[in-house]
Write a protein that binds this ligand. Sequence first.
Ligand SMILES: [Fe+2]
Length: 259
Amino acid sequence: MYKIIQITDPHLSRPGQNLWSLNPFERLETAFKDISTFHSDAEACIISGDLTDSASPEALRWLKDSLAGFPIPTHLMIGNHDVRSVFFDVFQTYPKDENGFLQYAFELAGDRFLCLDTKKDEPVSAGQYCGKRMSWLENELSKTHQDVYLFMHHPPFEVGVPYMDRIKLDEAEAFGRLVSNYKNVRHIFFGHVHRPVFLSWQGITCSACPGINHQIPLVAEAVSTKCSVEPPMYAVIEIGHGNIRVNQDAFLDRYPTAR
Ligand SMILES: [Fe+2]
C-alpha cells in the first residue's frame, strides 16, 4: 500500500488577517508540520481547492514559500474562492490543459490520478465542468486501463447539506454519464463541503474531509452562523491492490487523555 494525503479548503486570507476569527495560515502550517512528523512516508499531498478565501496573491506567495519547506510533493487545485489567473500569476509553471484550465494527471504505483478544475468563471460558489473540460477528462479516461482516482473541488452529487447541495457542480448529470462509462474510476475525492463525508455514487466510493479553517454545520440550525468552528482534519489515504482506506485526523484537536 502507498499513502497520500488530502488537505482541503485552507481559505488563506490576506497574510496577517484572520478569517471567521480563525487563523488559516497557522492552521495550515500546523497541518504541514503534523504531516511531516507523522506521515513523511506519504508519496503525495493534494490540496483540493479554495487555497485562498478571496484570491489574494500574497496568500498564494505565502503558500508557495511554505511548500518549499514541506517535504511531500504537493499538487494544488483551485476552488470557487480562487481565481485561476491569479493562481497562474504566482505558480507560473504549473501544469494546465490545452485550454488553460488547471487540470492535470499524475501517476503513483501504476495508478492514475486526475486533478480536475471545477472553477466557474463567474463570481459564484457553484462549480462548472464545461464541454472543453469534459473532453479533456474523456480523453484522459479513454486512454488508460489503470485504476483512476479523481480529485475535484465541487462534488457532482448532493451530500445532504442543503446549503452545499445548492452549490455543487452545475453539470452533475453530464459528469455522471461520462464517468459511468469507465469502470476503472475507483474513488472520487472532493472538497468544497467543509465536512467529513463518505458516500457511494454510481458504484464509486467518494469522500471529503473538513476544511483547514472553518466548517459548514451538518444541521444549519445547530449554530447561529452560516459557518461553524469544528475540528479541522486532513485525510490519510492508503491505496493498494485496488483497495482504498481513508482515515481523517483531527490534528488540531488531539490531546492525551487524563490518566
Ligand atoms: Fe471552501
